[in-house]
Design a protein around this ligand. Structure first.
Ligand SMILES: Nc1ncnc2c1ncn2[C@@H]1O[C@H](COP(=O)(O)OP(=O)(O)OP(=O)(O)O)[C@@H](O)[C@H]1O
Ligand SMILES: [Mg+2]
Length: 364
């Protein structure tokens, strides 16, 4: 997959700027605060309908402006795909090949993208919600229906939670809770199966990569604990019982205690949780392995590598890991966008773009 060009209008610090990208590695170079990350964010937004930095589109609007436009031309299996994203009056509109999309799931996953920045360490260091988000974002790119399932599931959880907090007749409450539980099971099972499937694929792809990155031969294990159980099948067969067993406790604590909204992904190095025991360097290698595994999984699924966006990543890696990453990108011919500051060593590996105060100039 490839991005050929993109136009940003009133997006962040861009008034109206067009960039032509090249196959292979594209390096966005510039001092701090010039707009390198904003380009990466623009591409990510165009492809996923979301920013990874902010929740509200309002912040993406160039100051004092009321609407922004993003346009991009992409290639997928040698087919051209054009995407357009328009935000105005708190409404977002997306067009794919000039046809309006009704829902996010109509275009997410058309062109895949893997984004990697130093903030991704939260996948290891952060709480379970960060790891669930990581899984869900990846699944959404391969199976866009996952987004609708998650949204429906979250609504049910909200409604059940509201019921738990309300004062109704106890018997009535029980029967209503049972109804919500049936929906929690139906939607929750799909979420669990999707996450368990991806986790297995991540494990298979990431373990050999981590092996190459670590000097000591450490074993990487990635396990998805659905409902606290070791396998998805076990979780699913015990789901109704677990919900029933916790019903009184849920009423007492006024919280939804059972379901995949509380699941975690365990990342283990030599059987020990990486979050608690892995060193800073090991954690970086883990994240890098997971990101490269994601690239492989998308290639297996779609027959082509996704776009790779690397924001401030190279300067954070030591030489060995940096060389490994660069070799991987070069040998697999993944189209990659890399940001770096002028202070970094210029790498002789791709096309250079100079970014200065919201203007972009390609080196000729
Ligand atoms: N909504 C907005 N409207 C206009 N300008 C904005 C908006 N949001 C951010 N900016 C400006 O964009 C610039 C930041 O851009 P960006 O994050 O892309 O920088 P960068 O080149 O990646 O820098 P660094 O090397 O520090 O990461 C800042 O100057 C900021 O003031
Ligand atoms: Mg930046």
């Amino acid at each position: 997959m490839m991005i050929n060009n993109m136009r940003l209008q009133n997006f962040r610090n861009y008034e109206n700027e067009t960039i032509q990208f090249m196959p292979g590695t594209n390096i966005l170079i510039g001092d701090n605060g010039q707009g390198k990350t904003n380009i990466i964010e623009g591409i990510y937004y165009l492809l996923t309908g979301k920013s990874y930095r902010v929740h509200r589109e309002q912040e993406l609007l160039r100051w004092d402006q009321s609407e922004f436009h993003l346009y991009g031309d992409f290639l997928m299996n040698d087919r051209k795909v054009s995407l357009e994203s328009h935000y105005k009056d708190k409404r977002k509109m997306v067009k794919i090949n000039k046809v309006s999309c009704q829902r996010l799931s109509d275009f997410v996953g058309t062109i895949n993208v893997i984004f990697f920045s130093p903030d991704d360490l939260v996948m290891i260091k952060g709480g379970p919600s960060e790891r669930r988000r990581f899984l869900d974002l990846h699944i959404a790119q391969m199976r866009p229906g996952h987004v609708s399932i998650l949204n429906a599931y979250n609504k049910v959880i909200q409604q059940k939670s509201a019921l738990l907090k309300s004062f109704t007749d106890k018997h009535l409450k029980y029967s209503q809770l049972q109804l919500w539980n049936e929906q929690i099971i139906e939607l929750g099972e799909k979420i669990i199966l999707n996450r368990a499937d991806l986790t297995q694929r991540l494990q298979d792809a990431a373990d050999p990569i981590y092996g190459n990155l670590s000097s000591k031969k450490e074993k990487l294990m990635i396990l998805y604990y659905a409902l606290g159980k070791r396998t998805a099948n076990e979780a699913i067969s015990e789901f109704p019982k677990l919900l029933n067993d916790k019903l009184d406790q849920e009423i007492e604590r006024q919280m939804v205690l059972v379901g995949p909204h509380r699941d975690d992904l365990q990342i283990l190095l030599n059987n020990k949780p990486a979050r608690l025991y892995a060193s800073q360097g090991q954690q970086r290698s883990l994240v890098l392995s997971l990101k490269l595994a994601e690239l492989e999984i998308i290639r297996q699924e779609k027959g082509e590598y996704p776009l790779l966006l690397l924001d401030d990543v190279l300067s954070e890696l030591d030489r060995f890991r940096r060389d490994y990453l660069i070799k991987f990108i070069e040998s697999s011919h993944i189209q990659t966008l890399i940001t770096m500051t002028s202070a970094d060593n210029h790498l002789e590996l791709g096309t250079l773009y100079f970014v200065e105060q919201g203007h972009i100039r390609r080196e000729t």
